[in-house]
Write a protein that binds this ligand. Structure first.
Ligand SMILES: Nc1ncnc2c1ncn2[C@@H]1O[C@H](COP(=O)(O)OP(=O)(O)OP(=O)(O)O)[C@@H](O)[C@H]1O
Length: 124
């Protein structure tokens, strides 16, 4: 395989990933809410002139929450496809995937408080 083929494969892989992102954005309300909250946190970060390290932590937490939301949505899809009937195990698997999102979301709220609270206290 020459380098042109390899680059073409990489581009096709990127297209699949963007397609997945579009699907989650269009169908998952929670993903859109997380995006709005993340954008607001970034605007606040710019307004309060947070440090490079704080940006790194903020972006890490935003990526983590969005990634967990994508994984949660894909687990829901897998279950709906493989086991569309109602089953307690399917229910608990979905609940556990949702719990993973909740844990990262709560963690990111605490990180947000640690970054923004002291600065807001100085501004207000
Ligand atoms: N096949 C099933 N068998 C048993 N319980 C289920 C099943 N599908 C969903 N549930 C229950 O309903 C809940 C919501 O499932 P659903 O697939 O509707 O996710 P959702 O409302 O899109 O969740 P989210 O808000 O995380 O995107 C699950 O967490 C689970 O408790």
């Amino acid at each position: 395989m020459d380098s042109r083929d390899r680059n073409q494969r990489k581009l096709i892989g990127l297209r699949f990933a963007l397609n997945g992102l579009k699907e989650v954005f269009l169908t998952e309300r929670n993903f859109r809410i997380h995006l709005i909250v993340a954008s607001m946190a970034c605007l606040l970060g710019a307004y309060l002139k947070i440090s490079w390290t704080e940006w790194a932590v903020l972006i890490t937490m935003i990526s983590l929450v969005l990634t967990m939301e994508v994984i949660n949505s894909s687990i829901e899809r897998v279950l709906d496809y493989l086991a569309p009937e109602h089953h307690p195990l399917a229910g608990i698997i979905k609940d556990m995937a949702a719990a993973a999102v909740l844990i990262t979301a709560i963690g990111s709220v605490f990180v947000g408080i640690c970054i923004f609270f002291p600065k807001l206290m100085m501004v207000l």
